[in-house]
Design a protein around this ligand. Structure first.
Ligand SMILES: [Zn+2]
Length: 210
């Protein structure tokens, strides 16, 4: 496609090809949880760029790159070569974008490849969500959203409340019996300590990502 466009007098450069899940999520957060304009509606795993079957182009003008040019012409050339063109999309027209999906939906790629069910040739490899879980854990933006959801969850709020009341009741009881309760029931102390530890970890994590 690049050669053909070059021949027709519209030299192009590829500005983006394969994208990691982490980079996709970074782009998705842009204009949402992070500053900037929204550049994509696709979360990690939901862009054909994540599977190496999409690329974006721009016009080469001497040594410079430009997004100002005859998009319709290059769209036509790309399509004549069997590519799908983002300029044809009804919502969120993406004129620099071309892809070759082999007739499969993004959900197919996500469910089959991102979740590790098959490799890109269609060969079954495993049946677990480990790839996604691993990715999700390493992504601070997702962790932040998960924590936000957690703190907005009424069950979690009520757990916090009950834990607080338990701790208070325990301390009152311990005070009344001259702290002998601490020795009598170390498991309760450990339990409360663990819960408070988890809560402070979660809070810390949340605040450091804010
Ligand atoms: Zn693209």
């Amino acid at each position: 496609m690049l050669a053909e466009c070059n021949d027709k007098g519209v030299p192009l450069v590829v500005t983006e090809g394969y994208r990691t899940f982490a980079r996709q999520q970074e782009l998705y957060e842009q204009g949402r949880s992070k500053a900037g304009l929204i550049v994509t509606n696709a979360k990690a795993g939901y862009s054909f760029h994540n599977y190496g079957i999409a690329f974006d182009v721009a016009f080469k003008k001497g040594k410079a790159i430009s997004w100002d040019g005859n998009w319709d012409l290059i769209g036509k050339i790309g399509k004549s070569l069997g590519l799908e063109w983002g300029g044809d999309w009804a919502s969120f027209k993406d004129k620099p974008h071309f892809q070759l999906t082999k007739g499969k939906s993004i959900d197919w790629y996500y469910n089959q490849i991102a979740k590790g069910l098959v490799d890109e040739s269609g060969q079954t490899i495993s049946n677990n969500d480990e790839n996604l879980v691993k990715y999700n854990q390493s992504d601070s933006a997702l962790n932040k959203n998960m924590l936000k959801e957690l703190f907005n969850d009424s069950r979690f709020k009520s757990l916090l409340w009950r834990t607080g009341m338990m701790a208070l009741a325990f301390l009152v009881n311990a005070g009344a019996s001259n702290l002998t309760a601490l020795q009598l029931d170390p498991s309760v102390t450990v339990f409360i300590g663990l819960i408070l530890g988890e809560i402070s970890k979660a809070l810390n994590n949340y605040l450091s990502n804010k």
